[in-house]
Design a protein around this ligand. Structure first.
Ligand code: NAP
Length: 329
């Protein structure tokens, strides 16, 4: 978002040893350590951070195939750029993360909010991750079933926020072509482009094109991607809303509740292609879920704009939108 104050200390780490050393330094100097990856899904308070920011630059990519040649265990350094990893696995004909193409940020950040898109999520392919445990002061291996994964959530952003510094991931990917049905937006892309044979590469290309057509490039336009999570609402509340808004889009989930696109709520509340003179913030013309910093000077401006949107959605629909990127520290 290109907002917020300064960090008192910052170090880049490229190995597990360097992580341990940085933590030791922070403890000795009595300042809190805080690890970040690419910085794409976080924004900082105007007060800044009176501690040590540890930027994860741990690299590594190892692909081990089972004797059957179908199942591959791919071990990745947490500081790798996520989309480069997706591109590499897809180039090897591996399926499992192709729909997670073009998501900004590092590999190590993906389990924190259980990154998901177009029908795939990291929880489905993660075998285990490696992390430095600030409580135990040692490295630990955490299997996927101990990550408390939920919809865009995990223990790393809830009960164990600030406890683990993720250094590596192992994913289980399959050398096999993906099969229909695909997520609706991907299906629509295939039918529009008359694509009838599906490979991980074809799915990646579809997702890259869909995302590029509606999302701003964070290198050029300051943004955090989707600023709000898509709300999951109980069935009775969906039915009440449908009485007033019969054309409201929603998707039933496994529990019978409904997911409503936050973008639709924001648009209906009057914030489509919106440019706020007061705060210098706006919504991206082709995706109102993405808040962009047009000429805001402070994080307070972003928070004020966020409040305008959440208040308007609350007043119109009785739904409280929940912020997705993390405000630090
Ligand atoms: P979108 O595809 O129109 O999705 C909006 C909402 O409708 C989401 O809750 C999505 O569920 C649901 N939805 C759409 N098609 C669906 C289908 N065929 N089956 C079930 N649910 C469906 O809007 P978008 O905001 O541009 O997002 C595109 C994809 O990127 C979505 O999968 C979204 O979740 C994902 N995304 C993820 C993150 C993240 O991990 N932090 C951030 C931004 C966007 P799902 O969310 O379950 O897909």
């Amino acid at each position: 978002m290109r907002l917020g104050g300064k960090a008192k200390y910052l170090v880049e780490v490229d190995s597990k040893e360097a992580v341990e050393e940085a933590v030791k330094w922070a403890i000795e100097h009595k300042v809190p350590p805080l690890m970040i990856g690419g910085g794409s899904n976080i924004f900082w308070r105007d007060e800044g951070f009176d501690g040590l920011v540890i930027v994860n630059r741990i690299k590594g990519f190892e692909d081990k195939a089972d004797p059957d040649g179908v199942t591959h265990l791919v071990t990745i350094g947490a500081g790798e750029e996520w989309d480069k990893i997706v591109a590499k696995t897809v180039a090897s004909g591996l399926s499992g993360v192709e729909a997670l193409s073009l998501i900004p940020g590092t590999a190590g950040a993906t389990p924190v909010q259980n990154v998901g898109a177009y029908g795939q999520e990291i929880a489905n392919v993660l075998v285990h991750l490696e992390a430095y445990d600030l409580h135990a002061r040692s490295f630990v291996t955490i299997p996927a079933n101990e990550c408390a994964f939920g919809y865009r959530s995990s223990r790393f952003k809830t009960t164990d926020r600030d406890r683990f510094l993720i250094t590596g991931l192992t994913l289980k990917l399959i050398k096999k072509n993906p099969e229909p049905p695909f997520y609706r937006a991907v299906e629509e892309y295939f039918s529009e482009h008359k694509i009838k044979s599906f490979t991980p590469f074809v799915v990646r290309k579809a997702v890259v094109n869909i995302r590029s057509s509606k999302l701003p490039d964070p290198r050029k336009v300051a943004n955090n991607g989707s600023f709000f999570a898509n709300p999951v609402i109980e069935k009775y509340a969906i039915d009440l809303l449908l009485a007033d808004y019969p054309h409201m889009p929603y998707w039933p989930d496994e529990a019978g509740n409904g997911k409503i696109p936050a973008a639709w709520l924001i648009e209906q509340a009057g914030f489509k292609d919106f440019h706020d003179k007061e705060t210098g913030m706006g919504t991206w013309p082709t995706q109102p879920l993405v808040l962009v910093n047009e000429k805001a000077a402070k994080t307070a401006d972003l928070l004020a704009f966020k409040q305008k949107i959440t208040d308007a959605v609350q007043a119109k629909f009785g739904i409280t939108l929940v912020q997705e990127p993390e405000l630090l520290p």
